[in-house]
Design a protein around this ligand. Structure first.
Ligand code: ATP
Length: 896
């Protein structure tokens, strides 16, 4: 047996399939489990080596690469040189704690993203032991019989055995932008890579058609594996919001440094402070006011949002989507499979003179066909037979019984036709062996039909076609259309999806079919109406969207009557209006923009129409989430503010273009993601509205002391302590806040609304002033009692902490009162953080060693009671303010 490396030397394109099978030591009907096992041990997984992760040490060191940290380290050095060892040690502790928190958070965020990427690991179709199945791409082994179709990424290097209208975009490998046509014939040995038309290379994109082929190289042995070792990468945690915050923090640092310098000069020159004390106090203050932890907390908030969305079956591929989702104002959704269950049952069979109704539900092939109305049952049955047969032969799907369940392999509608045949006592497998398939034109959403060329055991040859009724009408003579249209409207109005069937005799020597063959002379055999029930959860989700000010639009390839009927069942709008792709074509962009908001159903649309609809909506200032699954949906998915691909029925091409993938293809999951998106945004605002005024209050108190020339209410080490203990506790918990009630009763936030909204700015000022007032009040009160500067400062530090705790409860609900049971109980994260914080404060206040380090003093029970009272009064005041502001309606965001 040859070693794996030898396979790379084989000229697969120059060998006939029998030789290939011999070299790989497999047969061409698909591997058996034991063969798969053997190949897997021999060749390993079909994956490229991962890019090495940045080492934990490097990541840790990177945390120190920050202007502010340099200033801090310089401050610590200065303090040490001047023999202020305690100050130096505390500054170093702040730096290290910050770095550790940042490091852990970053690591967690990275891990979360990686785990999520695993959830949308690409899948491929293979035939093993004669059965078609879907497996993760990484499990493909050399010798596997692989099926590919439009929209797939080729999962391994394949030698094609059978290719139909196959076009592959090989730009990745050859740089050639025009898709290459592929076929299966043997090529000369010297053919260069770009011309190997009977090979499909791993990583390239199937633009059209379908094919099967045998995997001849996997993982690092593929062409792409040989030229590029590292094409997988973890996307960096960067979003527009994060960039904005990062930039803000950086600018703010410089502003603070300049302000600090001025304050230092003032303190020494005007107020005559000892310059070392002044320097250390100013440095401490700078550390206090700069929200250096903010980017890290926001990153973790985003990462938690991503994780929560994933647990609701919405996997984020591009991080900015987390932010945009919360602002979504229109969701454009496919119908089949997203709003409906995509569990098709053929119900109505309409032949020229009869209509029959099939009993039974789902894919269980039990039930029978009964003539509707009057007429002869046997006659009706005989008239339906050609149609049912066409449904089996122009069909790639099959049904498989797994336990008690019947499962479809392939398209659900084709699966339903398979079940229909069995109900009519036709054996689909037997039919398929008697009628050999010679050629086919695969289904494509662009032409909306599928055709096959089949030869019966008696030599009769026929072209069979099934597709959208309009597509088939174009193939038949106009007189033949007759009453069909009325039947279609009838079935459509009931929400049935209608498919038409046709046939055309072909010369007995025909081997291939082309579009020209299909375009004329087809005789209509009849219609089948399928039911595809709406998803119950989609109906609820649509109601939620409507209360959240989000419009929902259905964009479907299906017939307008069917789509409207389903839209009504789902209560998409009060009186849903429909429009077809043809109507759209008649409108200019401006005209479309004018009416797009009023239309809720777009039927018989193609991918180009989707793109125009998104653009029209965006021109109206809407933030659009758009679903897509086909190979041609990539442009509209990219254009949409949030492109949403389907995890189950979506093509790889659509998943790659999308910013979010739905694991369950369910509309309700988009709405869950929007809810989580709104929560993330709320939480980021909560983090900011807690953190900034907190820093502001501290700074204001100290700056006032320097400016007015009274004793500092906190020593430098105490300022650092407050920052340290808060950053490690309360600073983190708001990222974990659950969704506020009523989040889906608000209107979506406006495009480009600033994060630091007028309300937040107002809050920064108000809370800073209140905090400074309360702490300074207590400071002077304690001094007045003659208990000395140390006790007064200990009161100030504890007052800050108590005020922060109360304020946290206030901030947890920005849109409603916090004075509820739910508000009072907090979350585990909140309670744990408070417990640690209180423990830290108890040590700070009562432990002799802490008293020595920080110059703090034990407080009496009365002192503690006073602190809590003051904190509670602050909270009540701020609750009153929240209520008043909502009543006054000054800040629109509170009332939306
Ligand atoms: P949605 O866009 O909501 O998912 P859809 O699945 O109906 O709707 P397409 O897959 O583009 O959209 O199908 C468009 C039309 O093409 C269908 O309404 C049907 O008439 C026809 N069609 C769909 N699948 C097949 C198929 N496998 N063979 C033949 N015709 C098909």
């Amino acid at each position: 047996m040859s070693a794996p490396i030898d396979l790379e030397e084989v000229c697969w394109h120059a060998l006939p399939s029998s030789e290939i099978a011999k070299i790989l030591d497999v047969d061409l009907t698909g591997l058996s489990p034991s063969e798969v096992g053997r190949q897997a041990t021999r060749f390993g997984p079909n994956a490229l080596p991962k890019s090495p992760r940045r080492s934990p040490l490097l990541r840790f060191l990177a945390q120190f690469n920050n202007t502010l940290i340099y200033v801090l380290i310089a401050g610590a050095l200065a303090a040490a040189l001047l023999d202020h060892m305690i100050d130096a040690a505390v500054i170093v502790a702040v730096v290290i704690v910050n770095a550790v928190i940042g490091h852990i958070q970053e690591g967690k965020a990275e891990q979360a993203l990686e785990a999520i990427q695993q959830m949308i690991a690409p899948k491929a179709s293979v035939v093993r032991s004669g059965i078609r199945q879907t497996i993760p791409v990484s499990e493909i082994v050399p010798g596997d019989l692989v099926l590919i179709e439009a929209g797939d990424r080729v999962p391994a290097d394949l030698r094609l055995l059978h290719a139909r209208r196959l076009l592959i975009d090989e730009a990745l490998l050859t740089g050639e932008s025009v898709a290459a046509e592929k076929q299966e014939a043997v090529l000369p040995e010297e053919t260069v890579l770009a011309d190997r038309r009977n090979m499909a290379f791993s990583g390239t994109l199937v633009a059209a058609g379908q094919a099967n082929g045998i995997a001849v190289a996997t993982g690092p042995h593929t062409q792409i594996g040989r030229i590029s070792e590292l094409i997988q990468s973890v996307e960096a945690m960067v979003t527009p919001l994060l960039k904005q915050i990062d930039q803000f923090a950086r600018r703010f640092t410089w502003f603070v440094l300049a302000g600090g310098l001025a304050l230092f000069a003032f303190a020494v020159l005007v107020r005559g402070y000892d310059w070392i004390d002044a320097l250390i106090a100013v440095v401490a203050l700078a550390v206090g006011i700069v929200p250096e932890g903010l980017p890290a907390v926001i990153t973790i908030t985003l990462a938690i949002g991503v994780r929560r969305m994933a647990s609701r079956n919405a996997v984020i591929r591009k991080l900015p989507a987390v932010e945009t989702l919360g602002a979504t104002s229109v969701i454009c959704s496919d119908k089949t499979g997203t709003l409906t269950r995509n569990e098709m049952t053929a119900r109505r069979i309409i032949s020229a003179r009869h209509t029959m109704i099939a009993s039974g539900s789902g894919y269980i092939p039990e039930g029978h066909l009964q003539i509707a109305g009057t007429g002869d049952q046997a006659d009706a049955m005989a008239a339906s037979m050609p149609l049912i047969r066409c449904g089996i032969l122009c069909n790639d799907a099959s049904l498989r019984k797994v336990g008690e369940d019947w499962r479809v392999e392939g398209d659900p509608m084709e699966g339903a036709l398979f079940a229909l045949a069995m109900k009519a006592a036709v054996d689909p497998e037997l039919e398929r062996t008697e009628w050999e398939r010679l050629d086919e034109i695969p289904f494509d959403a662009a032409h909306r039909f599928m055709a096959t060329l089949c030869r019966g055991s008696d030599g009769a040859t026929a072209l069979l076609v099934k597709g959208a009724p309009e597509a088939l009408f174009a193939m038949t003579s106009p007189d033949d259309i007759g009453d069909w249209e009325r039947a279609i409207a009838e079935a459509g109005n009931e929400g049935e999806r209608v498919l038409a069937f046709g046939a055309k005799p072909m010369p007995s020597d025909a081997e291939r079919i082309s579009f020209d063959d299909v375009m004329a002379g087809v005789r209509l055999l009849g219609l089948v109406g399928f039911i595809d029930p709406p998803r119950l959860e989609a109906k609820e989700a649509i109601a939620e969207c409507r209360s959240a000010g989000i419009a929902v639009k259905m964009i479907t390839g299906d017939h307008a009557a069917t789509a409207l009927a389903i839209a009504r069942q789902l209560e998409l709008a009060d009186d849903p209006q429909a429009m077809t792709g043809l109507d759209i074509e008649k409108l200019s962009d401006e005209e479309l923009e004018r009416i797009v908001a009023r239309i809720s159903v777009f039927a018989r649309t193609s991918p180009e129409h989707k793109l125009r609809i998104v653009r029209a909506l965006q021109a109206q200032g809407q933030i659009v989430a758009m679903t897509g699954d086909g190979v041609n949906d990539a442009p509209s998915l990219k254009q949409a503010d949030v492109g949403v691909a389907m995890g189950i029925k979506g093509t790889e091409a659509s998943k790659e273009a999308a910013s979010m993938v739905l694991l369950d293809d369910n509309f309700a999951s988009i709405v869950s993601a929007v809810r989580e998106g709104r929560t993330v945004y709320d939480n980021i605002r909560k983090v900011i509205s807690w953190e900034i005024p907190t820093n502001g209050g501290e700074t204001l108190a100290v700056v006032l002391a320097i400016l007015l020339g009274f004793a500092l209410p906190m020593s430098a080490t105490q300022i650092l302590w407050v920052n340290l203990i808060l950053a490690a506790t309360l600073g983190l918990v708001l990222a974990f806040e659950p969704t506020e009630p009523g989040v889906m009763q608000r209107r979506p936030r406006k495009r480009g609304a600033p994060l630091l909204s007028p309300f937040l700015l107002w809050r920064v000022v108000l809370v800073s002033v209140l905090f400074a007032a309360v702490t300074l009040g207590l400071f002077f009160h304690t001094l007045d009692q003659g208990r000395g500067l140390e006790v007064a400062r200990t009161m100030v530090v504890n007052m800050f902490i108590v005020a922060e705790i109360f304020y946290l409860f206030n901030v947890r609900y920005l849109h409603m009162t916090s004075l509820t049971w739910r508000g009072a109980l907090g979350t585990p994260a909140v309670l744990i953080a408070i417990a640690i914080l209180l423990l830290g404060q108890a040590l700070f206040t009562y432990a002799p060693f802490m008293n020595a380090i920080f110059g703090s003093r034990p407080l009496t029970v009365d002192d503690l009671a006073l602190l809590v009272l003051a904190g509670a009064a602050l909270m009540l005041l701020l609750e009153g303010e929240k209520h008043l502001m909502r009543r006054l309606g000054w800040f629109k965001e509170l009332n939306d």
